[in-house]
Design a protein around this ligand. Structure first.
Ligand code: PGA
Length: 223
């Protein structure tokens, strides 16, 4: 099971000093950019929460894929809904291609808002964000309904299963391989035993992952 801990911008320096040595093995931890160096060289993997569309050069404030890779970061979250309002699918596609070119594994977040046609939105995101990507070996899809992120609400298992099948059908029609699929959005220790009954490759966890004891309880339930 893949477990991604998206720490967003939640933690202070004091918090991470306590947190960084207590993360279960094999979790993919995605701290804020500033904190990444503190998480390297442990028994877990490290991801970045976003990358630049640019290569190295005159791009103030940007962090490019080659710099990320050279430091030992292995994963890049791309297209998280908390960033999508500031970027187009064309830019997300450029980020995906840059990450893959630099041998980073991509965690591509997709998902609909409450008022959107779910299947249309998801198909649009997959086809546009993965344009010119031929090999999905290094692509993980995180299905995160926007209305479930940070809200304490999750879809029913049946609703998630139906969406996962739809995502798989898009891959079967348009790609030669399948991608691994995670669920994300208000996953915590109270709902993990229900959610784990779904046939998934794992979970992307936000707020609940910022407490290492809570994260450990989730990981233990999955093992
Ligand atoms: P949440 O966030 O678990 O706090 O809902 C998930 C995410 O945004 O990736």
């Amino acid at each position: 099971m893949i477990v991604v801990a998206n720490l967003k911008a939640y933690m202070t320096y004091e918090d991470i000093l306590k947190y960084k040595d207590n993360i279960p093995n094999n979790v993919i931890v995605c701290p804020s950019n500033l904190h990444i160096p503190f998480f390297l060289n442990h028994n877990y993997k490290v991801g970045i929460q976003d990358i630049s569309i640019y290569d190295t050069g005159a791009h103030t404030g940007e962090i490019c894929a080659s710099q990320v890779k050279e430091l030992g970061v292995e994963y890049a979250i791309i297209g998280h809904s908390e960033r999508r309002s500031k970027e187009t699918d064309d830019e997300i596609n450029k980020k995906v291609l840059k990450a893959l070119e630099n041998n980073l594994k991509v965690i591509l977040c997709i998902g609909e808002n409450k008022d959107e046609n779910k299947n249309e939105k998801i198909e649009y995101q997959i086809l546009n964000d993965l344009k010119n990507v031929s090999n999905l070996d290094n692509v993980i899809i995180a299905y995160e309904p926007v209305w479930c992120i940070g809200t304490g609400v999750t879809p029913t298992n049946e609703q998630i299963e139906e969406t996962i099948k739809f995502i798989q059908s898009i891959f079967q029609k348009n790609f030669t391989t399948n991608a691994k699929i995670l669920y994300g959005g208000s996953v915590d220790k109270n709902n993990i035993n229900t959610l784990k009954k779904i046939n998934l490759s794992g979970f992307l966890i936000g707020k609940a992952s910022t407490d290492y004891e809570h994260l450990k309880e989730i990981v233990d339930s999955l093992s």
